[in-house]
Design a protein around this ligand. Structure first.
Ligand SMILES: [Mg+2]
Length: 216
């Protein structure tokens, strides 16, 4: 049996995936989550083989969730399933530890193939995505003008997402179980590290690097 957890903020998407995966007698969907934070919570009790991970989700996106899950449970294989094909996002989730990447317009055959490939310990990248990754590798003059998200700690990038989604300091403190003062000091550090000193620019940055997305 291959046990699978579905993470997506849209119920209809999860329903569709669950129905589709039912066709394979050795696949079993053992849980669902509607954002990254919830996903991190349930993987520890369910310990699935595979996670199908959406990227654009409120509160905690799929990239940050992947990073945290791989840290806690490195044996779980994660396949990103997203409508985004921007370089920053694709590269971001692979850096976070994903083993596969599928676009939401993929066929069901591709999804099944991706699950079997990743479960056997290999990587799965669809053609369109591999073109983007290859382009990234051959791109010698990287966007040096842009400071990469890697300069932030995991906690800082979590907070940056919450800030750019318009959450108040009080709300962020509640979500992360930390004091508002701590949130403020993280925000100051983030701005310092990124050399960005106002909220609109910070939000634009979060969108550019794929932490936050305008649509989903
Ligand atoms: Mg989404």
């Amino acid at each position: 049996m291959i046990s699978i957890i579905l993470v997506d903020d849209h119920v209809i998407m999860r329903d569709g995936l669950r129905n589709l995966l039912k066709e394979e007698s050795d696949f079993e969907v053992v849980g669902e989550a509607d954002n990254g934070r919830q996903a991190v919570k349930i993987i520890l009790e369910k310990k699935p083989n595979i996670i199908i991970m959406d990227i654009a989700m409120q509160e905690m996106n799929g990239i940050e969730a992947t990073r945290q899950i791989k840290k806690e449970a490195p044996n779980i294989n994660i396949i990103a399933l997203s409508m985004h094909s921007e370089r920053q996002i694709v590269v971001g989730i692979f850096r976070a530890g994903a083993s596969g990447y599928l676009l939401k317009d993929s066929t069901s055959t591709e999804l099944v193939e991706a699950i079997r490939t990743v479960h056997s310990g290999r990587k799965y990248i669809s053609q369109k995505i591999s073109d983007i990754v290859l382009q990234e590798i051959s791109n010698t003059k990287k966007d040096s003008e842009e400071i990469g998200i890697e300069v932030l700690t995991n906690r800082e990038s979590e907070i940056l997402q919450l800030i750019s989604e318009g959450n108040s300091t009080k709300r962020i403190a509640e979500v992360l179980f930390i004091s508002p003062k701590t949130v403020e000091s993280h925000r100051a550090n983030i701005m310092e590290k990124l050399n960005i000193h106002n909220l609109p620019e910070l939000t634009k940055y979060a969108i550019r690097v794929g932490l936050t997305s305008l649509d989903d």
